[in-house]
Design a protein around this ligand. Structure first.
Ligand SMILES: [Zn+2]
Length: 382
């Protein structure tokens, strides 16, 4: 495809303000690009105005998946931007805008690769599916929906186009955000015997959870140990009342050797124990995500690495990601090799003046196309 047209697809995508919502506009735009081609297009609605998009091409053979999220984070103060955040301004070799890096450049490059393969007019020796998701930035629930509805089941490999500067992220930690609330009974603080202090059992929980998390010495060769941070605490109404309510939150980053189920069971054991002793504690979670076990030994990772190093003279280093991605959900499809590799540097994500280098983006378009062709050729011979 002409570079000008490939670039326009990126800047058009940036111009859609899909800030934690409105992903249907992105889905509509992408679906329109495939008009007239032999593909199957499926919108998977999460909520009104929020459509995941699935585009499938090819009839038989090895089945590769491309994945990108359609949403972006908020802009922050627009006045702090050198160019308006949804303008997609190209300046001195960089494309600026919210999502330029995270991750409309990855998504656009995957789509350009698919269009290039379709425009070759050749019969395809394999299959390719784009999974464009909603809500990645606020809980990966689009990918969760696509996974539970089976869209990742038949795939032989999946490539997530998050910014990685052409490193290949083959593992990352999971996350558990939890909130514990404590219910007591208020009373005048001069008569504490008439009330029940909601703060007291919460403090006991805080101490117990810290020692339980610290006791576990499981470690991952790449990711290190689980981390736990008590991140917020609140409660009580005023200085001379026995508090009737209290709460705290914690953030846990999990590893494959000490997985989410085990951690959550331990949290719940502490709660149960304290409740037996008279507390009224309850725990809730906000979109817990499992870790991505290492994919370093998969064919997919090695193919991508060789291609990046030999053909594109880019990094191809196998590294660990820093946070949960849609991979946390897709990995639940089971036995699915997943790598995270994208063209953007990722140094300006979630910041003002987010950008991607034009050259990196265009290389990404060619890399994804070559990866699909290599994957089809290699996996077809196995
Ligand atoms: Zn992202």
């Amino acid at each position: 495809m002409e570079e000008k047209r490939a670039l326009k697809i990126l800047t058009d995508l940036i111009a859609i303000p899909s800030v934690n919502d409105h992903e249907a506009d992105v889905a509509d735009y992408l679906a329109g690009l495939f008009d007239g081609y032999p593909v199957q297009i499926k919108r998977v609605t999460f909520a009104p105005g929020r459509d995941n998009l699935v585009v499938t091409m090819g009839e038989q053979g090895p089945f590769l998946g491309f994945s990108g999220h359609e949403d972006v984070v908020a802009t922050g103060n627009e006045k702090d931007w050198a160019f308006p955040p949804f303008s997609g301004t190209v300046d001195q070799g960089l494309v600026y805008g919210r999502g330029a890096s995270d991750m409309k450049s990855g998504l656009a490059a995957q789509v350009v690769a698919m269009l290039d393969l379709l425009e070759s007019g050749q019969e395809l020796p394999g299959r390719l599916r784009l999974l464009a998701s909603v809500g990645e930035e606020t809980g990966e629930y689009g990918a969760a929906q696509l996974t539970s509805e089976g869209y990742a089941n038949d795939l032989d490999g999946l490539v997530i186009g998050e910014p990685s500067a052409f490193d290949i992220k083959v593992t990352h930690k999971g996350v558990i955000d939890y909130k514990v609330t404590s219910v007591g009974k208020s009373a005048h603080s001069s008569r504490p015997d008439q009330g029940f202090n909601a703060i007291t059992p919460l403090l006991t929980f805080a101490q117990r959870v810290q020692s339980v998390m610290a006791e576990n010495d499981q470690s991952d060769a790449t990711l290190g140990q689980l981390t736990h941070v008590l991140s917020q605490i609140g409660g009580g109404e005023q200085i001379n009342s026995v508090p009737a309510n209290a709460w705290l939150t914690g953030n846990i980053r999990t590893i494959p050797a000490y997985p989410n189920d085990e951690v959550m069971a331990q949290l719940e054991d502490i709660i149960e124990d304290l409740n037996k002793a008279g507390a009224k504690l309850s725990i809730s979670y906000s979109y817990p995500e499992p870790p991505l076990p290492s994919q370093a030994d998969t064919q997919l990772a090695l193919l991508a690495q060789n291609l990046l190093k030999d053909t594109f003279h880019r990094s191809g280093a196998l590294t660990a990601g820093s946070g949960a991605t849609d991979a946390s959900e897709y990995t639940k499809a089971g036995h699915l090799p997943i790598i995270i590799v994208g063209p953007a540097a990722g140094t300006t994500d979630h910041q003002v003046n987010e950008n991607v280098a034009v050259d990196d983006y265009l290389t990404g378009c060619k890399f994804y196309k070559a990866l699909a062709e290599t994957f089809w050729a290699k996996m077809g011979n196995e």
